[in-house]
Design a protein around this ligand. Sequence first.
Ligand code: CA
Length: 226
Amino acid sequence: MPRILLVEDDPALLEMTWLSLVRRGHEVAAFDTGEAGLAALSRFRPDLVLLDVGLPGLDGIELCRRIRQRGPVPVIIVSGRGDETDVIGGLDTGADDYLVKPASADVVEARIRAVLRRAAHEAVAPHLETHGGLVIDRLGLIVRKAGRPLALTPSALRLLLHLTTSPGRVFSRPQLLDLVWDHDSVTDTRLVDACVRRLRHAVEDEAERPRYVQTVRGFGYRFGPL
Ligand code: CA
């Protein structure tokens, strides 16, 4: 029975959504503030979080970001505002899907099932690795963030694949040059820096404040720690 953490500040909507989820066989913990939802996360251990964007205090976007920092639990955001920046902002923080209000109970249920299916597939497929919101498919050579494939150049992809073989390990520029380009004639380590910049633009929320690909001054680069 999927466990769903529901956060919604509109009391009528909270009750209606809670009721329709329970009727469909979900186990539901419902909260009307972001703070309460976040506090319940480790206690309730949900399979999925259904999150309103417009909340007093800690809003849905910030809550989504904090949930993402703690682990890979899927998040669907429900926005009262259908405007694109809202939706993109939600997806950029790592939400797996979004719905615009009013959403029918059947649509909510269908989206929940789709997101849970995808999460289950990612959990059992051994060639898929999850690194703090990035899903790396080493066989298909696809990197997804919030369910969407990232556009990476071949060298940026190879760089990411090498760095993530040992998260937290520092690789020197010459090492990376050797691993990623594998070519004796390539000796300019500035190539590595340029490639790191491209990679950050593709994978980071903010390329200037990287979370995934970190610089270790005087040594090189490492992935994480996340
Ligand atoms: Ca609201």
